[in-house]
Design a protein around this ligand. Structure first.
Ligand SMILES: Nc1nc2c(ncn2[C@@H]2O[C@H](COP(=O)(O)OP(=O)(O)OP(=O)(O)O)[C@@H](O)[C@H]2O)c(=O)[nH]1
Ligand SMILES: [Mg+2]
Length: 203
């Protein structure tokens, strides 16, 4: 709406931000893989779809990957799943995370749990129009306290982790902010380097 004039211009060229935002209409289907080098490490990165039907395609295909980048859309706490109106996005993320992090296949895998859409979370919580407790009744904190809301979800995820060897890193970010995304990827590279992996696989 705000960008209609810009994108309907005859000479329109998409910006980096346009490309980052286009994926709301382009859902990931199947498995995409990318291979590239950073320093001495070769990375094999797999991008997989998060919806229920997509998950069936990959859930058993990534045994023993080195690192999992798990995206949990914090700012969608009020939104139901595309595929099931009765299930909330963050509740589904929590269930999926619990099954992956405690799976014997991923016992040595390092997890990065990235709480994304922090920008949207902040706007919604501050506006008080979508109280967290209305969607997640276990939240009993101040309805407009962004920090307490984030902590609620961090605790929920941490409570689901049973004993494991691989590390779990938690990041809260606006994934469309390339500076924040770069910082996250730098941390991922540090973990990969520390593991001295020859070929790292991410999902
Ligand atoms: N404002 C904001 N938008 C985000 C953020 N992260 C993702 N988005 C947007 O949310 C939409 C969906 O993001 P995707 O990365 O495609 O989601 P996905 O998890 O890959 O979804 P599937 O491919 O269906 O599994 C895109 O339009 C993104 O630009 C964020 O942190 N803040
Ligand atoms: Mg995707």
């Amino acid at each position: 709406m705000l960008h209609l004039d810009r994108i309907s211009d005859r000479n329109y060229l998409p910006t980096e931000q346009d490309i980052i935002h286009i994926s709301s209409v382009v859902q990931t289907l199947g498995i995409s893989d990318y291979v590239f080098d950073v320093g001495k490490i070769q990375y094999c990165v797999y991008d997989v779809g998060g919806t229920r039907s997509q998950r069936k395609k990959w859930i058993h295909a990534f045994e023993n990957v080195d690192i999992i980048l798990f995206q949990a859309p914090l700012g969608d706490y009020d939104k139901p799943l595309r595929e099931d109106e009765d299930a909330l996005n963050m509740a589904e993320s929590l269930t999926l995370f619990e099954s992956l992090v405690n799976s014997r296949w991923f016992v040595n895998t390092a997890f990065f749990v990235n709480f994304t859409k922090m920008d949207l979370f902040e706007q919604k919580v501050k506006s008080r129009q979508k109280p967290l407790s209305q969607y997640h009744p276990d939240y009993q904190g101040d309805p407009s306290d962004v920090k307490a809301g984030v902590q609620f979800f961090v605790d929920q995820f941490q409570e689901r982790i049973k004993e494991r060897k691989g590390s779990v890193h938690v990041t809260v970010l606006d994934a469309t902010d390339t500076a924040q995304a770069t910082l996250l990827l730098q941390r991922v590279v540090q973990v990969a380097e520390a593991k001295k992996m020859r070929c790292s696989s991410f999902i």
